[in-house]
Design a protein around this ligand. Structure first.
Ligand SMILES: C[S@@+](CC[C@H](N)C(=O)[O-])C[C@H]1O[C@@H](n2cnc3c(N)ncnc32)[C@H](O)[C@@H]1O
Length: 489
């Protein structure tokens, strides 16, 4: 840990006593200053904390990144002494006072997460090679995507600050977290102790420390950045060439999961000229026997990608590093890099479903619930043959919308395109033809699909069998996306 057990307890006492929590800070600052802080505009927050009581000082040091007089910091951290806090790196001496040595973030209702101060807050200071990442966009993506059903055992691979493990502790009875970095594990242990958590923390390369063990839920925000395999910063670089870390985790998954277990991780994958990116990524799961759902949330061109990750470590102005990275992309015909979420489940079925698709739209949180439902629907679909699908009754998703594009012609509006749109959840949109529109329009949960199709067949002058054969895969697809839902009552 960064502090002794007694030191962590003293820090916890100080933070609790001062009400240095998300709510305590919001109450103290008021909505305007809180809104400013969210935009990195600290002016109102600094005005509201001029009297430097303990909460004010903690806000100035850890939220507004100010250097404060030692006496005020000592009063704010007591019973933790300044000497202990400096030795543990919680604060550091700077100019004529003390400033934050770590990013000590109030998080959730009453948690704290410890990480390194971000590169952007210390311009010119090189980032530690074992820099411990704070709560950024990727971290939050995984937090939101994780399936939060109660489980016995959960594993966080590459825990860093411990924030994923903290979330796991809300629905897993036992939490294990690993990291290759001893420094990161010290941060995670401190986050755990500060929040009264007891995790098993193990050091080692990816799955090595848990070889031979299985978990009900595995999450990982690994060092997924794609490149020549050079490691300068361990939070970002895996040391693997290209996107091999994503494939490596896929290959490890069947050996890590209990029956019914779920694994979710973030990944980057390359889009190679002349290859279909989705087929390439689907190849990672061949032979694993797992259901796999890969959703691509973003795609960046090589230049934007390299710029982003060099800026992240404060090396944006290094032309040689940029050139070497871009040369590697050119040599491997990489046209773009995709970012997304991999969700795997060990269903025990000998016909696993592997789906790799784009999902770029804004979604309604929590995404994790939608991912869990997707796997439930795969079970439902797999448990029915073609006859079973026809015998079931379906209801259109709540609030489902129809959007039309039409062109005015001599005979009035001519419909060019009809799109079903889900206003909630994953907000899928689906272009459909008039027959499918009629099918979905009639899906009110009363008639079995077979009867619905018989009515449609008569109206469209096709045989019910022909229609049933064509409709099967379409209905299965609409069920998979939750656009129509089987009626189970
Ligand atoms: C992107 S950070 C994620 C941190 C945290 N879990 C989160 O979600 O914010 C990746 C973490 O993986 C760790 N890591 C890097 N290479 C690793 C490896 N080969 N095996 C295990 N952990 C590794 C890093 O030290 C870092 O803590």
């Amino acid at each position: 840990m960064l502090l002794s057990p007694a030191g962590v307890e003293a820090l916890r006492t100080a933070l609790t006593r001062a009400r240095f929590t998300a709510n305590g800070i919001a109450d103290r600052l008021g909505s305007q200053a809180t809104g400013g802080v969210a935009r990195n505009d600290f002016r109102a927050a600094l005005r509201a904390t001029e009297d430097r009581d303990p909460l004010a000082t903690l806000i100035r040091v850890f939220i507004c990144d100010q250097t404060e007089p030692e006496a005020a910091v000592a009063a704010a951290l007591a019973p933790l002494t300044v000497a202990e806090a400096v030795a543990g790196g919680i604060v550091e001496r700077y100019a004529d006072g003390l400033r934050a040595g770590v990013d000590l973030e109030p998080y959730g209702d009453d948690w704290w997460v410890l990480a390194d101060v971000p590169a952007s807050a210390r311009p010119g200071k090189p980032l530690h090679s074992e820099h411990v990442l704070g709560i950024g966009g990727a971290t939050q993506t995984l937090i939101g995507a994780a399936v939060r059903r109660p489980v016995e055992t959960a594993l966080d691979l590459g825990t860093g600050s411990g924030v994923q493990a903290l979330h796991l502790s809300t629905h897993a009875r036992r939490v294990t977290a690993t990291d290759v970095s001893e420094r990161a594990l010290r941060f995670a242990a401190t986050t755990a102790a500060l929040n009264g958590q007891d995790w098993e923390l193990l050091r080692g390369d990816m799955v090595a420390p848990v070889a031979g063990r299985r978990f009900d839920l595995v999450v990982s925000n690994p060092p997924f950045v794609v490149g020549p395999g050079t490691t300068t910063h361990v939070y970002r670089d895996s040391g693997r060439v290209g996107d091999a870390i994503g494939a490596e985790l896929a290959a490890a998954a069947p050996h890590l999961l209990t029956e019914g277990g779920t694994m979710q991780y973030l990944a980057n994958w390359v889009h190679v000229a002349g290859e279909e990116w989705d087929e390439r990524v689907a190849g990672w799961f061949a032979g694993t026997g797992l259901d796999a759902w890969v959703i691509q949330r973003e795609v960046a061109d090589p230049m934007a990608y390299v710029n982003l990750w060099l800026t992240d470590v404060g090396e944006a102005a290094d032309p040689q590093r940029m050139a070497a990275w871009l040369d590697w992309f050119d040599a491997h015909k990489v046209e773009a890099v995709g970012f997304g979420i991999v969700s795997l489940r060990r269903s025990g079925n000998d016909q696993p479903v592997v789906r790799v698709e784009d999902l770029r739209q804004r979604v309604e949180p929590p995404m994790g619930d939608r991912i869990a439902e997707w796997f439930d629907r795969q079970d439902w679909l797999r448990s029915r043959d073609a006859d079973g699908l026809l015998a079931a009754r379906y209801r259109a998703a709540e609030g489902l919308q129809l959007r039309q594009e039409a062109t005015m012609g001599d005979e009035g509006w001519a419909v060019d395109r009809q799109v079903l749109a889900m206003p909630h959840g994953l907000r899928w949109t689906e272009e459909i033809d008039p027959l499918v529109l009629a099918l979905v329009g009639g899906a009110d949960g009363r008639l079995p699909l077979r009867d619905q199709l018989a009515l449609l067949a008569a109206a469209h002058d096709v045989t019910p069998d022909e229609l049933a054969e064509a409709a099967g895969p379409i209905v299965a697809h609409l069920v998979e996306r939750g656009i129509v839902e089987p009626v189970t009552d």
